[in-house]
Each structure stands twice: as C-alpha cells, then as structure tokens.
Design a protein around this ligand. Structure first.
Ligand SMILES: *[C@@H]1O[C@H](CO)[C@@H](O)[C@H](O)[C@H]1NC(C)=O
Length: 292
C-alpha cells in the first residue's frame, strides 16, 4: 500500500471542504437555508442542474466539426475512441467561441467547459464533486440562455451589459426569488479556467522529473488560492496528491508519444488563454473581477 492509498479517506473528506469553498468561499452557509434544510456545498440556493436531454450533450452533438477562425490550420488534435474527454472537442469549442468581433459566444464557451468537466473527472475521484458543481454553474447559465431574456445571453459581452443595466449582477446579495446572476456564475468558471490553463501549461512545459501534483498545486496557488480560506487551501493540497501520473495525464490527450502530447497541451493552453484574456479584460473594465 502506497502512501497515496492511506491518504484517500483524508482526501475524500477534505476535498468536501475544498469543494465547499472552491467557488463561493465568501457565502456563509447560515445564509443558505431552503425549506428548513441547508442547501448545497457551494452555498448556492439549492441550485440543481437540469437533466441532459436524451442523455446527450446538448451543446456539442450537432456542432462538430466547428468552424475555425483564423488562417492557420490548427495542429492535429488527436481523437481517442472510447474515452469521454476529447481534446479535439475542447479545442473546437474554445476556438469557435470567439467571434471575429472578439465577443465570446456563451454556447461554445459552455461546450468547452463541458469537455473540461470530463477532464476534471479524469483527474481522479477527489475531483468528482468539483465536476458536478461545475455542471451546476453551467446549468444556471444554460437556464439564462433559454430563459425569458435569452437574446441577452448569446454572448458574454451582452450578458454582462444586460445584467449590469438591470441591476442583476448581484454586487451585493440578490433577492432570493432571483436566479443567480450569469456574470457572477461565469466568474467562478473563469477563475477555475485560469487554474486549468496554468496546470496544462506547466504539464506541457515542465521536465519529466517534475511532479504533476506539485505543478497542479502551483497553478492553484497562482490562480485560485487567494479566494479560499486556510482550510480549503489545505484540502486542495491534499486533493492534488491523488493526481494521476504524468504518463496517465499525457494519455488523456491521446497523443502519440510525449512530444506530441506536449504540443497538444500547449495548443490547448493558447486557445484557452485567448478566451480567458478576453473575459478577464471585460470583467476588469466593468469592475467585476472581485464580485462576491
Ligand atoms: C493572455 O494574457 C497574458 C498576460 O497578459 C499573455 O501573456 C498571453 O500571451 C495572453 N494570451 C493570448 C493567447 O493572447
């Protein structure tokens, strides 16, 4: 029995704490009671994801192959049959989500996240709940996209402008009968996107002797840790210890050999980074980066 195995119960327990704080660390759980029962780990208002229609991914099924912007043919994105996570779908969605005007299409953004969730799932059991919580965030945004104000939720830019205009962003606390704001919900995804971007980048660039757990922890330090309290940070550190080996992680992108795996990873990082930067710029300009 390796030390990782001994750690598992601790990881399982602490990852709950981790997840409790990952997205909405500032919300007090006492403020979150619904029908006399406390609601989810995130301190949301009992948000639950709607079931997928026909058990099929609602976003991607009809979208491949996606249009490619720009002139360069993207590097080969390998497909791996039989695996849930497909880097090719991730790339297609995040490439397709930026319009020529530099706006971000929410449908494609969420399609990209749908693939990222599968990646998070593949990082191990300790991340399973995080994947579920991410789905909940996506479901909130999907709800807006198909709700009464759907036309305002086609792009990120339109959504933020609309919610600001209507006072729906939730700069303070929203009244309980209002759905969580899209801007605030997306900010949680946005912050986590940075963590994944940094982690994949480190994985693509680091020497073979560097431990993925360490790299993941560094990415977390740089991207997410400052939003979390002490306990959550400790728990996160433990969750990273249970990460798959470098070889297994490279296997997830289904490349032929290490060199190609690195190239594919860095290609993904560039694509994600572009989307991240546009979002970051928008939130910064609107003064929304520190939304509670
Ligand atoms: C995103 O912004 C960072 C920091 O400003 C920069 O280093 C990076 O090259 C940008 N990425 C893209 C794809 O523009």
């Amino acid at each position: 029995m390796g030390p990782k195995r001994v750690l598992l119960p601790a990881v399982a327990f602490l990852s709950l704490l981790f997840l409790a704080g990952l997205w909405l660390p500032e919300v007090q759980l006492s403020a979150c009671v619904r029908g006399g029962r406390p609601c989810g780990w995130l301190g949301g208002r009992g948000e639950t994801a709607p079931p997928e229609r026909d058990g099929k991914p609602p976003l991607l099924s009809s979208r491949l192959p996606l249009p490619r912007h720009g002139t360069l043919p993207p590097p080969r994105a390998p497909r791996c049959p039989g695996q849930g996570f497909q880097i090719s779908r991730l790339l297609a969605a995040f490439r397709g989500c930026v319009t020529p005007e530099g706006e971000i299409l929410l449908q494609d953004y969420l399609a990209g996240w749908k693939e990222l969730i599968k990646l998070i799932d593949a990082l191990g059991a300790a991340f399973g709940l995080l994947a579920r919580e991410t789905q909940t965030k996506m479901a909130i945004l999907e709800g807006h996209r198909s709700g009464p104000h759907a036309p305002h939720y086609r792009t990120l830019q339109a959504m933020v402008a609309f919610e600001l205009r209507r006072g729906r962003v939730g700069l303070r606390v929203l009244p309980p009968d209002q759905p969580p704001s899209g801007s605030r919900t997306l900010l949680r995804l946005h912050r986590a996107l940075k963590w994944l971007e940094l982690f994949l980048g480190k994985l693509g660039r680091s020497g073979a002797e560097e431990d993925p757990s360490q790299l993941c922890a560094e990415a977390y330090q740089a991207a997410l840790a400052r939003y979390h309290g002490w306990w959550v940070r400790q728990a996160a550190g433990l969750a990273f210890l249970a990460l798959p080996s470098r070889r297994e992680l490279y296997g997830l992108v289904c490349a032929e050999g290490e060199k190609e795996a690195r190239a594919v990873l860095l290609d993904a990082v560039g694509t994600i980074s572009r989307v991240y930067n546009i979002t970051q710029q928008l939130y910064a300009t609107r003064g929304l980066l520190e939304l509670p």
